[in-house]
Write a protein that binds this ligand. Sequence first.
Ligand code: SF4
Length: 702
Amino acid sequence: MSTQEELSYKSTCSYCGVGCGLIVKKDKKGQISLKGDPDHPVNKGMLCSKGMNLNYVVADDSDRLLQPQMRWGKSHPLEKVEWDIALERASAVFKSIIAKHGPDAVAFYVSGQCLTEEYYLVNKLTKGFLKTNNIDTNSRLCMSSAVMGYIKTLGEDSVPISYEDIELADCFFVAGANPAWCHPILWRRIEQHKEENPEVKIIVADPRATQSCSIADLHLQLNPGTDEILFLAIGRCIIEQGDIDLSFIKNHTDGFDAYRDQVMTTTLKEASEICGVSIEEIKLAASYIGNAKAFLSLWTMGLNQSADGVNKNLALIDLNLITGNIGKPGAGPFSLTGQPNAMGGREVGGMATLLACHRNLNNPEHRKEVADFWGVDKISPNPGKTATQIFEGLEDGSIKAIWVICTNPLVSMPEARKVENALKKARFVVVQDISNKNETIPYADLVLPAAGWGEKEGTMTNSERRISHLSQFKSPPGEALPDAEILIQFAKKMKFSGFEFNNMAEVYAEYCQLTKNTNIDISGLDYDYLKHQGTVQWPFLNKTQGGTKRLFTDRKFYTPNNRAQILTSGLKNSYEKATPEFPLILTTGRIRDQWHTMTRTGKVNKLNSHIPSPFLEIHPDDAKARGVKEGDTVLVSGLRGEVRVHAQITDKIKKGMVFIPMHWGKILGNDFARANNLTGNSLDPVSKQPDFKYSVVQVALY
Ligand code: SF4
């Protein structure tokens, strides 16, 4: 809708997975303003501090990459070049490396912030035409344990709930998440629901007393890494209380007997000692869940970013399954997606281990279906390298070239100094980004300027399977191009057919056809519908009925026998071991007003003023034992590096553990505040997601 004076556009916030709707206005001078979309089903007009300041990010082009840049040799400086030369060089190098070393010698590393169309194109390009599955994404650092949790228990990577279930639930179990800071608008809906219905119970499990604990009826301040034991102990109590749903278990699940045997192997006293949570608290949590009419479990990085991430997911989802809290209003397991389009990426098969529309890369029939659809002879059966494995491949020389799109691995990857060494060894590095602040650029042989949010159109899917269309309302600065356009031009340079798209609607239409007859079928959906009828939760039934609010209402799951699987792990603990030299456990995470590596939120003064500098949270007893006072500069050292930040002494953190925010990278060229100097490459064996929540460290006065 527009007037002569002002143009108005619909979009979606580009930060977290909540997916708030926005109305963007552009006045006749080109000034951008925005507000929450009052008609949007997710946020109903509300926005958090990050979303409401997006217009300042869009208005400030001071850090933008404006032209392609290239260096002719590793010792040469980056020089501005024409797009044609840049992409010609990229295709020549990729062709030559593939001819000499095979397709698995190249890799793409992309982002949960890419639009679905971009994700689809880069997967088609890599898996279909470059013939390698070495395409992974920073979603590996974010949701891959939840993906595997859903696949193992429900049969596919399918979040069963709708945000509408928030207002229908009477018990929430928030585990390993601080949605008050990291998913604020969703949390505001929970707060409002609790305010209007004080009998609603909220349980938070977190070693830190975060903002989310402020409205909790029960805070289980567990020892780091003990979540699975806690969930199993709660499961044991629910069984002993007689609050399981026997009819649901009998008719719709497998595995309950083994689960019951497993939970009975640990007494409540043992669990209480291991977890650092009292028996009474465990029983109270079990009674809240067991007595609930509708129970939602919510979780995010505290469970996913763990060497035992999948097991933690299974043990939490089990609580929904043994109580029959799935497929009905107000109930279900609900993973909170970190990034705005991590879900869209998963749909198009955006990770090294996936194929589009929940197809399995290991399944020859699925590979054939997708290969036939793309008109290529085959998709390689070789497993693709996951995020950390790609950088290991660069380090050991098995991968020669990497193309990084819309992500800043030198700040966000674990063991950042190792990533730095890996990039130094790479033969060819392409960085495609919007900002010259991306710390990967000094290692790039080719830098490609990309269009940002609002400078291109496309779609994203939020945490509740809701697909939204994002409008373009601004031209990209300089010679920057939409990521999809760059990928299409590169594919043409490579002489690949199948990339003859005139616009993003055509890319989307192709992807929609690939979903036909799958459990995420959106084959009847198109841009016109999304633009004019609004957002849709997949699967999309038809233009009359629209999307699907809630999955599994018929209690038929996506497993081969249509029964949900109640699974236990056998409690393998694969964490680093604390030692006298490194006795403290470090956990990392987000703060309220910054997003990832701060290339966008760091440009907004209002957001920087919330917490202006990096810090270490430490318990008063641990500080005292080290002679550390509030505000002192401390050296945090670990097995892989060190960090130097100010101490913030608080009894809100469990004794024996410390916390550093993950956002800061190099400051004035120095990496002293980069939390990922300390984290390691300890992966969940199933999801390959790295552990950012359990690294052993020592703290000393600097
Ligand atoms: Fe954006 Fe998330 Fe805030 Fe909504 S809650 S405005 S999606 S950052």
